[in-house]
Write a protein that binds this ligand. Structure first.
Ligand code: ARG
Length: 463
């Protein structure tokens, strides 16, 4: 005799129901209910295939289909009573199906297991996130292209070690992020192609003796093909790891840009003004406008990369095939996905709204001896000095200007000639920042003409 409290789905061999603590550690319904729509889509595809293959009757398949649609609307309308005793989304839906349509519900799980079912549901969920990730990246890249176009020829300091290095253009700086987010985009697209194989029909681990058609369910669910090895199909979580890997790298990019916006919006820099819509005030200091959105974006990489690490640790050392450890795959991915999408949207909004301060950028571009390399290059080009000598002469001129508290173009010709006799008036032509950026016409360089070329290339790529 089976104990009344034992599980309806697999209670046959159990004499008693689970301890409350067992139920608490075992249940995943608290979070996997987020995959309800995917679970129902998978079940609909499976039931239709079972009928097409003559494994269940058409009338049972029709009852299952209608029952599943009813359940979907119950869930969407918040009328569905999720039960912890029923452990997960798969058993919650199936138990409810039994209540709604009766006996045919018991035929749905023919030739299927929760192992291939959960792998399918989770893949469909992650695939939707990859699609959202792609759209979020495209929107952000477009916002950056807008900024790059508006300020293709604005000059600003370029930094190494966060020390003024050489003048660059605002457009060039924006386009550097376009390249980064563009690589993220290509990672997302690659991952989507690679993950798009259906686990459904791998059953528990070994496949099934029922004459199922895995190509049919794969097609119905928008997969390119069924996964070719049933053992791998139920135990693979690479798709989630690739999502988290791509998300981590993107979050790192977002974090770097966010850090620049925090620095740039400070009173000491004033390179940009962030909009009120993406800033907050201080409860005590009335003058404050804080770049909170940028700071939070800067921080998101912590939890997203944390999720990546967590899932790697869950998966490492697991023998084939499914182990319950794998139930720990979802919460981290859900959290990472939510936060990534939020960070992408917030960054896009901030970029669209921000105003570069052209005057301050230009003033900063000219300070810090930023055209010293142009001077050295002039000594090489015009006077024929070896670059190392030119570097040395320029260094002495920088030291002289520093001692006098002025910039390089403020030195007189006589002062320059005291360091190197052959220097002529012509040198002043290369000490301006505009000249400096305009001269950097090498492919991928900072000259506005190059930047405009890259903007056009990206617009073409995005279509
Ligand atoms: N809730 C489970 C999970 O998220 C579903 C699969 C359960 N499979 C099993 N053999 N117990 O992984």
């Amino acid at each position: 005799m089976t104990d009344q409290t034992s599980n309806k789905m697999w209670g046959g061999r159990f004499a008693a129901g689970p301890d409350a603590i067992m139920e608490a550690i075992n249940a995943s319904i608290g979070f996997d209910k987020r995959m309800a729509a995917q679970d129902i889509a998978g079940s609909r595809a499976h039931a239709a295939m079972l009928a097409a293959q003559g494994i269940i009757s058409d009338s049972d398949a029709e009852a299952i289909r209608e029952g599943l649609l009813t359940i979907l609307s119950e869930i969407e309308e918040g009328r569905f009573a999720f039960s912890t005793a029923l452990e997960d989304i798969h058993m919650n839906v199936e138990a409810r199906l039994k209540e709604v349509i009766g006996e045919p519900a018991g035929r749905l799980h023919t030739g299927r297991s929760r192992n291939d079912q959960v792998a399918t549901d989770f893949k469909l969920w992650v695939r939707d996130q990859l699609d959202a990730f792609e759209s979020g990246l495209i929107a952000l890249i477009q916002a950056l292209l807008g900024q790059a176009e508006a300020g293709a020829d604005w000059v600003m300091p370029g930094f190494t070690h966060l020390q003024t290095a050489q003048p660059v253009t605002w457009g060039h700086h924006m386009m550097a992020y376009v390249e980064m987010f563009g690589r993220d985009l290509s990672r997302v697209r690659d991952a989507r192609v690679r993950m798009n194989e259906s686990p459904l029909g791998a059953a528990a681990l070994a496949g099934t003796s029922f004459p199922i058609d895995r190509h049919m369910t794969a097609d119905a669910l928008g997969f390119d093909r069924p996964a070719a090895n049933s053992l791998d199909a139920v135990s693979d979580r690479d798709f989630a790891l690739e999502f988290l890997g791509a998300a981590s790298i993107c979050a790192m990019h977002l974090s770097r840009f966010a850090e620049e916006l925090v620095i740039w919006s400070s009173a000491q820099f004033r390179f940009v003004a962030l909009s009120d819509r993406f800033s907050t005030g201080s409860s005590i200091m009335p003058q404050k406008k804080n770049p909170d959105a940028a700071e939070l974006i800067r921080a998101k990489v912590g939890r997203i990369f944390g999720a990546n690490t967590a899932l790697m640790m869950v998966m490492k050392g697991l023998p084939l095939t499914y182990s319950k450890d794998m139930q720990e795959d979802k919460e981290q991915v859900f959290d990472a996905a939510d936060n990534l999408m939020l960070a992408l949207a917030a960054m896009e909004g901030m970029v669209r709204d921000m105003t570069g301060n052209r005057e301050n950028l230009a003033a900063a571009a000219g300070s810090g001896f930023s055209t010293a390399t142009d001077l050295a290059d002039w000594l090489v080009r015009v006077l024929g000095l070896p670059f190392r000598d030119a570097h040395h002469v320029t260094g002495s001129l920088v030291a002289m200007a520093e001692a006098k508290g002025c910039d390089l173009p403020d030195l007189t010709l006589e002062q320059m000639q005291s360091v190197h006799n052959d220097i002529t008036q012509d040198v002043f032509g290369v000490l301006g920042v505009e000249n400096s950026v305009n001269s950097r016409m090498s492919y991928g360089g900072t000259a506005p003409e190059q930047v405009r070329g890259q903007i056009a290339r990206w617009k073409g790529l995005l279509g």
